[in-house]
Design a protein around this ligand. Structure first.
Ligand SMILES: O=P(O)(O)O[C@H]1O[C@H](CO)[C@@H](O)[C@H]1O
Ligand SMILES: O=c1cc[nH]c(=O)[nH]1
Length: 314
């Protein structure tokens, strides 16, 4: 069956430039008396979303709940906000699906691993931003990844999020039909982040394409999963082809993140640190303290960006 091409033809994307606030793209929401954001344990009837979230300007998302709590505490210190970092509480504590922390104008949310998990989170996040009447919000995915020809610890700011065939698109099956959405990210935001990286010592950063897969093992060409149907040479050949297509890292959420943000007029960027060079191996054997420092790098970069935008730095 031929896929249906959506926003690359523009029909889902009218007004991307002109309208400063168009988040949700769903006419059915208008007729709903209440919207229950089930996986956040929030609702339009039980929570005053504009009061709770109306001042949000930056949303940072990442796979792990602990990382996103640590990021909230880090940003709290970086912005010199009042109060004790230990008092920052999980807004979604009534559910263990996702964790969410609000620190001034910054929201930090975990999304779990893989496209289905982040996709559910993004549906509810985008509705939340819309219900809260937020404007001019920037979204960042701050994650980890496998590097393709890069030294471990390099931060990759995604130019294009591509699928396993190196195509800059995300395919979603809707009512038994394949819908294809573009995964282009905001170029200016990526450039601004690269500029920020140049202002921070010891933060090796590149812009490159990010391949998003639906699996960590076979799907990323690993030889060390429970199943493997290819040779070492076939693995390396695939990585070489990916590198030729501009791919510099591999992770598991960027395509749907880029596609959903684009359709909903949200400026977004993906920044993932590489934990290893996939040409050199598959196992993540780097010592824990080094991995922790690596994971902190995208956080430092986004923090610098936020501080610049808020006028803390010149
Ligand atoms: O570090 P996070 O944000 O979890 O992202 C990466 O790490 C996970 C795999 O270990 C996948 O979710 C991948 O995208
Ligand atoms: O190799 C890696 C490392 C982190 N995350 C991934 O998805 N792949």
């Amino acid at each position: 069956m031929a896929p249906i091409l959506l926003n690359s033809m523009g029909n889902e994307h009218n007004g991307y430039i002109e309208q400063e606030k168009v988040y949700v793209k769903n006419p059915h929401l208008d007729s709903m008396e209440e919207d229950i954001l089930y996986h956040f344990n929030l609702s339009t009837k039980t929570h005053n979303l504009p009061e709770m979230f109306g001042d949000i300007k930056f949303v940072c998302v990442g796979g792990s709940a602990n990382r996103m709590k640590a990021f909230a505490q880090f940003i709290h210190q970086e912005l010199n906000l009042q109060g004790n970092v230990d008092d920052i509480r999980d807004i979604c504590e009534g559910t263990d699906r996702y964790s969410m922390y609000k620190v001034g104008p910054v929201l930090s949310i975990s999304h779990g691993m893989g496209v289905p998990s982040i996709s559910i989170m993004l549906h509810e996040l985008i509705k939340l931003l819309d219900h809260a009447r937020c404007r001019d919000v920037n979204l960042f995915r701050i994650g980890t990844s496998g590097g393709v020809g890069l030294a471990p610890g390099t931060v990759v700011i995604t130019d294009k999020a591509v699928d396993s065939f190196f195509r800059p698109q995300f395919e979603q099956v809707v009512l038994g039909k394949v819908i294809v959405r573009s995964t282009e990210l905001d170029e200016e935001l990526a450039r601004d982040l690269l500029q920020c990286s140049a202002e921070i010592p010891n933060l090796p950063t590149v812009i490159g394409n990010t391949m998003c897969t639906h699996d960590f093992y076979e799907g990323q060409g690993r030889l060390d999963g429970a199943l493997c149907s290819f040779s070492t040479e076939e693995k390396l050949e695939y990585l070489r082809k990916a590198h030729e297509a501009g791919v510099r890292n591999i992770e598991m959420e960027s395509t749907v993140f880029a596609a959903m943000c684009r359709v909903c007029n949200l400026k977004a960027a993906v920044l993932c640190v590489t934990l290893l060079n996939r040409f050199e191996g598959d196992q993540i054997s780097t010592p824990h303290d080094v991995l922790v420092e690596y994971q902190h790098r995208p956080q430092r970069l986004v923090s610098h960006f936020i501080k610049k935008r808020l006028g803390y730095l010149s």
